[in-house]
Design a protein. Structure first.
Length: 132
């Protein structure tokens, strides 16, 4: 059953749970400033811990993953960011974005002390841009 369109420019709410004060948010901030996809990946087995707008993760080999979106981006010029690390050790790694299309992007995890890709326990990625 369709109910039509709801149009508004500002969301206003009372934050009774935390501060008991009214807060407002311009809806353009929500549309333009929010991540359009994010993923927390346990890369020791490409298990997704949590995500938004992510339909699947393909394991392309050691430390190399393809993240597929549920809803595509409007173009391939969005901003994709990745980061990796192991909270149990002082080991740090970096994730770089390789392939980037409207529907997927690849991330590769590389040990900061070496140049080879490797599986890293905690890998995150976020995408900012326009959804199609």
């Amino acid at each position: 059953m369709a109910f039509g369109n709801l149009k508004f420019d500002t969301l206003t709410t009372s934050d009774a749970k935390n501060t008991n004060t009214e807060k407002s948010l311009d809806t353009s901030y929500v549309f333009n400033g929010s991540a359009k996809q994010w993923v927390l990946l346990q890369s020791s087995g490409n298990s997704v811990t949590d995500s938004f707008n992510n339909s699947s993760v393909a394991d392309n080999g050691t430390g190399d993953y393809t993240l597929t979106r549920t809803n595509n981006m409007a173009n391939a010029t969005y901003c994709a960011i990745g980061s990796s690390g192991d909270p149990q050790t002082s080991h740090n790694a970096s994730s770089d974005v390789d392939v980037q299309t409207t529907s997927v992007h690849d991330i590769r995890c590389v040990n900061d002390a070496a140049t080879a890709t490797q599986d890293v326990p905690d890998t995150v990625s976020t995408v900012h841009g326009d959804v199609a």
